[in-house]
Design a protein around this ligand. Structure first.
Ligand SMILES: Cc1cc2nc3c(=O)[nH]c(=O)nc-3n(C[C@H](O)[C@H](O)[C@H](O)COP(=O)(O)O)c2cc1C
Length: 145
């Protein structure tokens, strides 16, 4: 089993693309990573066996998508304390979702979080591809420490 699990929700695929780029960054640092849609995770046992988790959702109507809310309730039961963590999401203007996810992972799950959430407006603007890969490297560094 790879050490890092990246779970995303998406409506128009942008956040899925970020998930894949974060996985690339993790692999650059020498660790393996698996990417799954939150809808595929039906019970907390699907979260067992990983050392790092990166959860992502775009922002719609000021919120994360329902699938990510459901995943976070499920993750609450999975005892992720001390595991490496990060969050991400694309957005149009306000971008609340990655912050909400990050705060939940840090304050409720008590995870060992990277410096902050990854919030991206678009892959094509402002070096988004590089930023997503670098975020993956940051997670990867926690795994190969
Ligand atoms: C109906 C609708 C509502 C949206 N609401 C927000 C919002 O409240 N805040 C924000 O920052 N972006 C908002 N957006 C922009 C999306 O977050 C943005 O397009 C994002 O990249 C979509 O990600 P996805 O391709 O992973 O679904 C909204 C987009 C749509 C179509």
């Amino acid at each position: 089993m790879p050490p890092a699990l990246i779970v995303y929700t998406t409506r128009a695929e942008e956040t899925k693309n970020i998930a894949e780029l974060i996985a690339e960054g993790i692999r650059f640092s020498g660790a393996e990573a698996k990417v799954v849609n939150a809808n595929e995770i039906k019970k907390e046992s699907a979260l067992e066996g990983y050392d790092a988790f990166v959860f992502g959702s775009p922002t719609y109507h000021g919120q994360m998508m329902q699938g990510m809310k459901t995943l976070l309730f499920l993750a609450e039961k999975a005892n992720l304390e001390g595991k490496a963590g990060g969050s991400f999401g694309t957005f149009g203007w306000s971008g609340e979702a990655p912050d909400r996810i990050y705060d939940t992972m840090k304050n409720i799950f008590m995870m060992d979080m990277v410096s902050g959430p990854l919030r991206l407006k678009s892959l094509t603007l402002g070096g988004g591809i590089q930023m997503a890969q670098d975020y993956g490297r940051e997670i990867g560094e926690k795994l190969v420490e």
